[in-house]
Design a protein around this ligand. Structure first.
Ligand SMILES: [Zn+2]
Length: 284
């Protein structure tokens, strides 16, 4: 298998400035990447299209025809618009897939597609094997602005954290039945679950406690305001602070450690319920 010329560009390329990355125009970004990293080698199939997606699970996605291996397009998560270097590396990741399919169409060699592990060769999963890794490593080495990875992590060093909005997290402690009678409350609440509040939700403590009880039989809740990237991966509640209908009921085994980590993280604030007005108390 030969590595195409596009992966053998001269060393010491000057660093690309963030301002030179067209963050709002995927066509311009594609053309820049094709010239700079692939020596203009990529020729899109007819009908190829680029678009921003609303996906938060996938930062990028390459679409192609299973039968012909023609490329259909590349989707990039719209939330990368605020993060030029994450956007750039994501686009190049997808373009390596595109290159693999183009080389397969041109040569008939399935090796480019990284469909399976080869002895002694790196293989993470389908599409990310020896060919993909060879391109990734060469490009990362030669271009200081690139940090292409197999799997991207939202909020890693390629991201501008000041552009990620803060999020609120609902922490629910779940008492373990076997030690429910333990005198030490820390001991009796080692399990729990964390949910993300809808960004537009009002902070309704009564409703959140009710949701916690409905889901986990516990009204022991805390609410944290955290740097946005720390809220990745937690299920999101409805805008009225209720549970979504299709929410899979699960708890976190490392709940206590996770809570400690969140509390210790910079920019984390614990939100407290405002005390009830005295008139209400005296009325009881
Ligand atoms: Zn990939």
């Amino acid at each position: 298998m030969t590595i195409p010329a596009s992966c053998a560009l001269p060393e010491n390329q000057p660093h690309l400035h963030a301002r030179a990355i067209p963050t709002q125009d995927l066509q311009a970004l594609f053309e820049l990447c094709n010239e700079r990293y692939f020596d203009g080698y990529l020729v899109p199939s007819s009908g190829f299209r680029l678009r921003f997606s609303r996906s938060v699970k996938l930062s990028g996605c390459f679409h192609y025809c299973l039968a012909s291996s023609e490329d259909w397009g590349i989707d990039i998560s719209q939330r990368l618009k605020d993060h030029p270097f994450a956007l750039l590396s994501t686009m190049v990741h997808e373009m390596i897939h595109m290159l693999a399919h183009q080389l397969f169409r041109e040569t008939g060699s399935r090796e480019y597609l990284d469909e399976q592990a080869l002895p002694g060769q790196p293989f993470t999963n389908r599409g990310h094997g020896a060919f993909f890794m060879a391109c990734l490593e060469r490009l990362n080495q030669r271009f200081a602005e690139l940090r292409i990875t197999i799997k991207s992590t939202f909020g890693d060093s390629l991201y501008d954290l000041s552009k990620i909005s803060r999020e609120r997290l609902l922490l629910i402690s779940i008492r373990d039945a076997s030690i429910a009678g333990a005198s030490n409350p820390e001991q009796s609440s080692s399990k729990g679950m964390i949910y993300r509040l809808d960004p537009k939700a009002e902070l309704d403590w009564d409703r959140l406690a009710k949701t916690a009880e409905e889901l986990h039989g516990s009204r022991e809740i805390r609410v944290l305001s955290v740097a946005g990237h720390r809220a990745e991966g937690f299920p999101v509640l409805r805008r009225d602070n209720g549970a979504r209908r299709n929410m899979r009921l699960r708890s976190l085994r490392n709940f206590s450690a996770k809570v400690m980590m969140l509390l210790d993280a910079p920019q984390t604030d614990e939100l407290r319920e405002a005390p009830r007005s005295p008139s209400l108390k005296t009325a009881v």
